[in-house]
Design a protein around this ligand. Structure first.
Ligand SMILES: Nc1ncnc2c1ncn2[C@@H]1O[C@H](COP(=O)(O)OP(=O)(O)OP(=O)(O)O)[C@@H](O)[C@H]1O
Ligand SMILES: [Mg+2]
Length: 263
């Protein structure tokens, strides 16, 4: 199983949007995917189901990591009705916040990996939407992951936040807490090509992080918010900015899937 964490220290930069965009691309490309909503805010759950999460949720599998609980927590996403591949979800609710410790023990950190090892369903890709911090829940996600995608906006404070997330991933791998983890890179989101400030910040990120700045950069487009508001996949959104967004997320999914060769 190939597992990817979508994370960032900063809030509101687009982790959930990138998760949903990749999930939509996966469905479009016939890639079987599972989304795990590890964020107590439950935004990915709301975006995928059109309603808040309920039990059994991810908190339940963290407190009782048995095959039966994990399989029961996996539910189909309505987006995948009639599609050639399936898209499933392990829902998030506020209850996962109860285990988001700032200084988790190694036992805490391994909980999600141990739970996922017990599932019986198979997927081509598992996408984990993380909360906006590098605390316990994000560390659990990284420990269970093969790759980390760090989302950032092209702004002044992005560099430090991105650097801290990449360093955490590297440290967890060194300490053997995240044995399979490779930092895949930075997804720059909400880019406005005509903004001189954004051009400057993107160039700065490329200078500092080189090839870790992934292509494509995701532009700010109103279609993304409209698709989310309707709880529909980007690939079903028919507004003017939909085509460009779907192309970008198709390309980003390809980058992610191709990275499997580099393990
Ligand atoms: N490329 C984009 N174009 C337009 N709007 C965007 C884009 N990316 C994100 N947004 C909007 O920005 C807001 C924050 O995005 P999102 O919820 O994905 O961020 P997040 O990092 O998951 O936030 P949190 O840290 O709270 O989990 C949302 O309203 C979303 O629709
Ligand atoms: Mg989010």
């Amino acid at each position: 199983m190939f597992t990817v964490s979508i994370c960032s220290l900063k809030g509101g930069v687009g982790k959930t949007s990138v998760t949903l965009g990749l999930a939509s691309a996966a469905l479009h490309q016939g890639v079987n995917a599972l989304v795990i909503d590890l964020d107590p805010q439950g935004d990915a759950t709301l975006g995928l189901l059109g309603e808040p999460g309920s039990s059994p949720d991810v908190a339940e599998i963290l407190s009782s990591p048995r095959t039966e609980t994990v399989d029961r927590a996996i539910r189909p996403v309505p987006w995948s009705e009639g599609a050639s591949s399936h898209l499933d979800l392990i829902a998030g609710t506020h209850r996962s916040g109860l285990v988001d410790f700032p200084a988790p023990t190694p036992k805490d950190v391994r909980k999600l990996r141990e739970a996922l090892d017990k599932r019986t369903h198979h997927y081509d890709i598992v996408l984990i939407d993380c909360p906006p911090s590098l605390n316990g829940l994000t560390q659990m996600a990284l420990a269970a992951s093969d790759r980390a995608l760090v989302v950032c906006e092209p702004g002044f404070f992005a560099v430090t936040a991105a650097d801290r997330a990449l360093k955490l991933a590297a440290e967890m791998r060194e300490d053997d807490l995240a044995p399979r983890l490779q930092p895949l890179g930075l997804v720059v989101n909400r880019y406005r090509p005509r903004s001189v400030e954004h051009q400057y910040r993107l160039a700065e990120l490329r200078d500092l992080f080189g090839p870790l700045v992934l292509e494509p950069v995701i532009e700010e487009r109103v279609g993304l918010q409209q698709a989310q508001g309707g709880a529909i996949p980007l690939h079903s959104y028919e507004g003017a900015s939909g085509k460009r967004l779907t192309e970008d997320f198709d390309a980003l999914l390809k980058t992610v899937m191709d990275s499997r060769q580099n393990s």
